[in-house]
Design a protein around this ligand. Structure first.
Ligand code: OAD
Length: 474
């Protein structure tokens, strides 16, 4: 499905340094957790005054706990969805980041979020009515209702904020300070039926932040948002993040290309299964095909070719073989313009192709991609920008085994091939990691650029920034 995400929104995401994300029940809806006010919402079936007030608890603590333990059961069975994962990735990208969630389900934490304020508490903690201590309550169903505090024997209540109760002062101060400092506020899946998100957004907007809302419907936040993205958080956030990250990377490349006379050579290396070619292809699309992408992993000399060039491949020393292929190919491609003859062969054919490949290269930017690109100084020296694509190991393994299987191997053979080749490759390419000027990490949230501390981007109002404005190069 093509999502309608404007360039202004993408620019706001890629340029911001100080970001606040506010979430509500809508972000967990796709994980199967009911919201409060919409169709199937909890407040349509249950009465808040019977279950979520201090008076209700005083009247019937067992009933209140039964309801909470039922909800805890739903939360335990649910998994964080793509939207939770993108929010966790955002935290790693932005220099200053605060997640303000009204959700008590714990899914943000399970997706990896750490810089997080759970303003309504968590169903995974209890608070002692006698001594005030907060304790973790991880088991569900609970052994006894209401549960008791191991320390003092007092009755525990859910450590959540109920109707008629106040927010903790320190929590409020922290969230309002973050909102005041934010350049970008993203509000995801909240109705604003409880007013905190609206108050935070108003404060942030007054202080100059750009406000973007993601929701399946209009909400109390909509009228104070600059931009609305209507749809499911689990669909919109990953696409938005993908666009923002590609645009950020393209800016980094283009800025360097502008500063350089002649052609800019960009190399992408990284472990097998990281998805280097997918990243290269996405970047080519980002540049609207104005760059050329040459996959290097498929290119190899064969021994006959080496001999014809007066060289000899040393037996058992494949690196000589690869290094020469890479060095010559990169060297050829680096030449400023015109058709380039690549004296290489295609490995997939398992036999030499008689003619060298000739490619027309007219563009100022060439992207080459291959595992070993940064391993040898001779090759690395011919590259202007080294991008290392790191990858969650389990994800890479899954992709590689699937690739071996689609190449005709059965599951066991595919796994064996993975164990035999790919781990070795992975260890080898680990050595290339240090050469990278930019590291991109692929995980379940997609691609996220790893930014070193101190590589701050532009500051100031983001909405007025023209599309395509450059990030300062670190
Ligand atoms: P609500 O149930 O009030 O609102 C959920 C919002 O999510 C609605 O605006 C929906 O349109 C939207 N939504 C639903 N599915 C979505 C999806 N897949 N993607 C994006 N948006 C989606 O929940 P909250 O605003 O979180 O407080 O409610 C706030 C507080 O009210 C809760 O924390 C809870 C409740 O009383 C306490 O328990 C103290």
């Amino acid at each position: 499905m093509a999502l309608n995400i404007s360039g202004t929104v993408v620019t706001a995401l890629k340029r911001a340094n100080r970001v606040v994300v506010i979430t509500g029940a809508g972000i967990s809806a796709e994980s199967g957790i009911p919201t409060f006010r919409g169709v199937g919402g909890l407040w349509r079936t249950f009465k808040a005054e019977d279950l979520a007030t201090p008076q209700a608890f005083a009247r019937d603590p067992k009933l209140v706990w039964e309801w909470y333990d039922w909800r805890r059961g739903l939360c335990a069975k649910a998994e964080p969805n793509a939207a939770h994962r993108v929010v966790a990735a955002m935290e790693r990208f932005y220099h200053q980041f605060t997640l303000v969630t009204q959700n008590v389900d714990g899914l943000h934490g399970r997706a990896g979020s750490r810089r997080m304020v759970e303003v309504h508490g968590s169903v995974w903690r209890g608070r002692c009515m006698s001594c005030g201590a907060e304790v973790a309550l991880e088991q569900t169903p609970l052994a006894q209702l209401p549960p008791k505090h191991d320390g003092c024997g007092g009755v525990l209540r859910p450590a959540v904020v109920w109707f008629g109760e106040n927010y903790e002062r320190a929590v409020l101060e922290q969230t309002f300070t973050a909102a005041e400092q934010a350049q970008l506020v993203l509000v995801v899946g909240t109705s604003g039926g409880v007013s905190l998100p609206v108050d935070l957004v108003v404060q942030a907007r007054q202080a100059g932040a750009t406000v973007i809302e993601i929701n399946t419907e209009r909400s109390a936040v909509s009228r104070v948002a600059h931009e609305r993205l209507e749809g499911k958080a689990g669909e919109i956030l990953p696409e938005l993040w993908r666009r923002a990250q590609l645009s950020y990377l393209a800016d980094e490349i283009e800025t360097r290309a502008r500063r350089r006379e002649g052609r800019l050579m960009v190399g992408i290396a990284g472990p097998p299964g990281a998805g280097k070619s997918a990243l290269a292809e996405a970047l080519v699309a980002e540049f609207r095909n104005e760059v050329v992408y040459v996959p290097m992993d498929g290119f190899h000399f064969n021994n006959a070719r080496l001999e014809a060039l007066g060289l000899r491949a040393r037996k058992g020393a494949p690196e000589t073989f690869d290094r020469l292929a890479f060095e010559m190919a990169v060297g050829e491609l680096r030449k400023a313009a015109g058709p380039v003859k690549l004296p290489v062969y295609l490995r997939e054919l398992h036999e030499p192709v008689p003619e060298a490949l000739t490619v027309e290269v007219e563009t100022p930017i060439v992207i080459v991609e291959g595992n070993y690109l940064f391993l040898w100084p001779e090759v690395q020296g011919k590259l202007d920008l080294c991008i290392y694509l790191d990858c969650d190991a389990a994800l890479a393994r899954e992709d590689l085994i699937a690739r071996h299987q689609s190449g005709g191997l059965n599951a066991l053979a595919a796994e064996r091939k993975y164990e035999a080749n790919d781990r070795l490759n992975r260890e080898t390419v680990e050595a290339t990691r240090g050469a990278a000027q930019i590291t991109v990490r692929r995980d379940a949230a997609g691609w996220t650029v790893v930014r070193a501390a101190g590589t701050a981007g532009a500051t100031g109002p983001l909405r007025t920034a023209a599309e395509g404005d450059m990030m300062p190069v670190p």
